[in-house]
Design a binder for this molecule. Structure first.
Ligand SMILES: C[S@@+](CC[C@H](N)C(=O)[O-])C[C@H]1O[C@@H](n2cnc3c(N)ncnc32)[C@H](O)[C@@H]1O
Length: 236
């Protein structure tokens, strides 16, 4: 299998604090009071804040922490991650970057995940006693510059339609790869993925959910590099 890793980036994710411009809206004020937070300390959540979001630019796609939650649960539980060969990052529309430690156990209930993310945005690291999540300012371009992967593959419906099986082929065991999946519900990447990627790949003629694409990308990578066989051999 080698010791190369898959860097998985959920890019332009719709994870952010409530923007100041809508913080005084009645709905937001009410919810903030109930949670014991300042309005701008809440995570923007389209299913709760919809009435307040109408005047916000890109309102139809913003406020989707649920997408990040589902994607992180899937990635962290994957055999590739258990094997220590996956690195997971969440990049947001405001160029915040969350680095996720492979060993973190995230809350499975959304309510508790929301609380954890609110805390992370406030303090920069969570949980407080042993931070396994860290947030910093970073564009997608800056992250890739730092990681220096051998190949950057972005999954996009606008890419070339091809079977997923070949995407990670042709790489040697020493080469790190970066796979980018959009962490948003509609529309296109905000970051210039065309410029930043070696390949834009479409894996289905229809748009799929980010979580579906992410789990298939991880599974295909595991298959390409024999991660399943390795784990089974080791256990027998
Ligand atoms: C829900 S999609 C983004 C929105 C999509 N344009 C739409 O309107 O439904 C989330 C992400 O999943 C990935 N994705 C979705 N469908 C895909 C496909 N057919 N091929 C490759 N990637 C796809 C892309 O990374 C995309 O940014």
């Amino acid at each position: 299998v080698g010791n190369h890793v898959l860097h998985l980036v959920l890019a332009d994710s719709e994870l952010e604090q409530v923007p100041r411009e809508i913080a005084s809206h009645r709905v937001i004020q009410q919810l903030a009071r109930r949670r014991g937070r300042r309005p701008t300390e809440l995570l923007l959540n389209s299913s709760l804040h919809f009435p307040a979001m109408r005047k916000l630019a890109d309102a139809d796609r913003r406020g989707r922490p649920d997408i990040v939650h589902v994607c992180l649960l899937l990635a962290l539980d994957a055999p590739l991650n258990r094997e220590g060969l996956l690195r997971t990052y969440v990049h947001t529309r405001h160029n915040k970057l969350i680095t996720v430690d492979p060993s973190v156990h995230l809350p499975r209930t959304f309510y508790r995940f929301e609380g954890l993310m609110e805390h992370l945005f406030l303090t920069g690291a969570a949980p407080p006693e042993n931070p396994l999540l860290r947030i910093e300012e970073s564009s997608l371009a800056a992250l890739l510059k730092r990681l220096k992967p051998k190949k950057v593959v972005t999954f996009s419906e606008r890419g070339e339609l091809k079977p997923l099986g070949g995407v990670f082929g042709g790489l040697s065991k020493e080469d790190d790869v970066c796979a980018i999946v959009g962490g948003f519900p509609h529309g296109d990447f905000l970051s210039d993925v065309g410029e930043l990627s070696d390949e834009l790949v479409s894996i289905d003629p229809e748009p799929l959910h980010a979580s579906t694409v992410l789990s298939r990308a991880i599974y295909t990578y595991e298959n390409t590099f024999g991660v399943h066989e390795l784990r089974m051999r080791r256990s027998t």
